[in-house]
Design a protein around this ligand. Sequence first.
Ligand SMILES: O=P(O)(O)OC[C@H]1O[C@](O)(COP(=O)(O)O)[C@@H](O)[C@@H]1O
Ligand SMILES: [Mg+2]
Ligand SMILES: [Mg+2]
Length: 333
Amino acid sequence: MDITASHPLALPVGVTLDRYIMHRQTAFPYATGELSQLLRDIALAGKIIHREVNRAGLIDLTGGMGVQNVQGESQQKLDMIANIRFKRALTNGGEACAIISEEEEDIIYTGNNHGKYVVAMDPLDGSSNIDVNVSIGTIFSIYRRVTPIGSEPTLADFLQGGRRQVAAGYILYGSSTIMVYTTGHSVNGFTYDASLGEYILSHPDIHSPCTGQIYSCNDGNVDGYEDGVKEYLTDCRKKQYTARYIGSLVADFHRNLLKGGIYLYPPTKKSPDGKLRLLYEAFPLAFLAEKAGCLATSGNQAILDIKPSSLHQRTPLYIGAPVMVESLVDMLT
Ligand SMILES: O=P(O)(O)OC[C@H]1O[C@](O)(COP(=O)(O)O)[C@@H](O)[C@@H]1O
Ligand SMILES: [Mg+2]
Ligand SMILES: [Mg+2]
């Protein structure tokens, strides 16, 4: 049942996230509240990261840890803090039986074997922007487990495929902090009011424009892009579209979701399979994007149709307004 803004069950702007989650749950007679609680646990961890991000410069939370993560990237202090905080919130919450994180190689077992859900997460997205006060985020993806409840979760719980997500979203720590998510129906945004300690519904039922004039990609990599991508970017320039690239996927995605635009991270010389990770970057944003009327593709197929084979696999990502993504795909094929 789709709750659009005009639906009698729709809630007014200004309602708290908690109340919204409760209300939505009543729309599903078989719902038992575990997913609702899991979303609250994620929101709670987001409040803590909001606080850490805001005072990072004051409490020496900037800079690297001097270690590399499974991706071979130097881990920032806030990457680590965010990873610890989300693991703790999900473990204490009791609804997630296992987690995968960008910051850790293997499955993280929470010990909640009676939990029905598993979570894939990018605790801190946009790490290169942490120290320079530019918007960063958290990305999450939730699946109902396929292994028996009570048993130890396995790889199979995480490799179900993007269309099996039961919820996905992100928290953007920008000029304001906003949590945007979907449980497979409408896409809604809740702005965090720290003075109240509450997320407030500020962006109900987000529908993205079907086209736009904003394109986002790392221009420094253009030489390594395939011809179709180069042709598309030339066309954007010819049409005098606006180039906007923050370098934080969540922030670039959020802007384009609201204003209409396309984000491109094609294969490059350095990352021939693309840079972005399928399970905790591409799948969750593609799930959100499609619910908001956008498209997400690897160039060959819809992101959500990619059959995952490993926890940290990468994919090229082209995501945004359908008219723009379709014209890019035409040039790629
Ligand atoms: O610096 P590049 O190569 O343009 O890559 C930027 C992209 O990489 C990312 O930072 C990867 O995510 P993480 O910061 O979570 O590792 C994206 O947020 C961003 O869009
Ligand atoms: Mg990321
Ligand atoms: Mg990250």
